[in-house]
Design a protein around this ligand. Structure first.
Ligand SMILES: NC(=O)c1ccc[n+]([C@@H]2O[C@H](COP(=O)([O-])OP(=O)(O)OC[C@H]3O[C@@H](n4cnc5c(N)ncnc54)[C@H](OP(=O)(O)O)[C@@H]3O)[C@@H](O)[C@H]2O)c1
Length: 335
């Protein structure tokens, strides 16, 4: 049994918990919130017979980290806090699954990866696509496209927080003090996908758009390879309805959601369309990463290769994000 706590009481944590409930052997045991009242109401639906567990509420993170009754933690706080919160729990012997971006700086990530290794703990970034069976289906479909010279990867999703920003409020996602913005929130998925499919580019051209707050709100990247160009667009201030396309001389693969790898179809030159993967509940999608977390904790030897691979990809993505921030001119007001 893995008894885990959560940090962050947003919808993404509810979705992770729902996903983790699909994994026999994972039990929600602790909730951290800055407000006891909020923590209690967040925990309420997860208590009781269906889950058979008691959930402790904490407003003191140190206290929660030191508790014997949890083995692990899921972190979904604002980006800026990921490093220090992950470190606190690793220092206290807890396994950590942390939302993307796992840290802001590569040296922070490497420090915590070393700390986790020393203590025999799992430390992983919560990136759905790496844990889903459809990644293999996608790669298989891409292998049927013939010679690929161009791909357009787009993750433009109008933020539900944008009206609040326009109304003069200061939501975390558009506040550089929290190390947020479009690249760190959505661009990261595009980069993960492109690294999976095409590997490291030999060159990158990158530009971004900024809000008055200083946060980047959209960006366009060109990943240049020897024989192929991949254009990446992402935005939090506008919506894409056409999805992404990987274009080869034997076919084109269309993808509705690149973060979830859903709605994927292979279009042949003869006009035929072959479904690669349909739609799935987000709970199930997050259940896959929860299952990896559980398996990596329970059977580290057996899953060493997958764990090492995902850790390396996380490091590569973190390094690329740093380089891109520099190129685009994204600056965070880190305290
Ligand atoms: N994988 C995915 O699909 C996905 C989707 C969405 C978000 N995410 C990631 O999840 C993380 C959280 O995103 P979010 O949009 O939920 O963030 P958020 O709303 O800014 O904050 C998340 C939680 O952190 C706490 N918090 C808020 N402001 C804080 C502050 N100033 N100081 C300390 N704690 C604060 C709040 O919990 P309390 O008030 O209870 O303390 C809140 O519920 C981000 O890293 C994001 O990238 C991932």
């Amino acid at each position: 049994m893995i008894r885990y706590g959560i940090i962050g009481t947003g919808w993404i944590t509810e979705t992770f918990i729902a996903g983790a409930m699909e994994v026999a052997g994972m039990e929600l045991s602790a909730v951290y919130s800055r407000s006891a009242e909020k923590g209690c109401s967040f925990a309420q639906p997860f208590k009781g017979a269906a889950h058979g567990n008691t959930i402790k509420i904490y407003t003191d993170l140190q206290q929660m980290a030191q508790q014997e009754e949890i083995d692990a933690v899921y972190i979904a706080s604002p980006n800026k806090l990921h490093y220090e919160q992950s470190k606190l729990f690793l220092m206290n012997g807890k396994h950590v699954i942390c939302e993307k971006p796992i840290t802001i700086h590569t040296e922070q990530l490497q420090e915590l990866q070393e700390l986790a290794a020393e203590k025999g703990l799992v430390y992983m970034e919560a990136i759905m696509m790496l844990h889903q069976p459809q990644l293999a289906a996608l790669k298989e479909a891409v292998s049927q496209l013939g010679r690929i010279r161009t791909a357009h990867i787009d993750f433009s999703q109008l933020s539900s927080k944008y009206p609040a920003y326009l109304a003069g409020k200061n939501p975390n996602i558009f506040n550089p003090e929290f190390c947020t913005g479009a690249l760190m929130d959505l661009g990261i998925y595009c980069i993960y996908l492109v690294l999976e499919l095409f590997g490291k580019p030999k060159d990158i051209v990158a530009h971004g758009q900024f809000l008055e707050s200083g946060a980047d709100c959209s960006g366009d990247l060109l990943f240049i390879y020897e024989d192929c160009h991949v254009s990446i667009s992402y935005s939090k201030v506008g919506q894409n309805y056409l999805g992404s396309q990987i274009i080869g001389d034997q076919g084109t693969l269309t993808i509705d959601s690149i973060s979830q790898l859903t709605g994927m179809n292979l279009h042949r030159p003869d006009g035929s369309i072959h479904p690669v993967w349909g739609d799935e509940e987000k709970n199930t999608l997050m259940g896959a990463e929860a299952r990896s977390f559980y398996q990596w904790i329970q059977n580290p030897q057996q899953h060493q290769e997958a764990y090492t691979y995902c850790s390396r990809q996380a490091t590569e993505v973190c390094r690329l994000l740093e380089a891109l921030r520099k190129q685009i001119g994204i600056e965070f007001k880190e305290a």
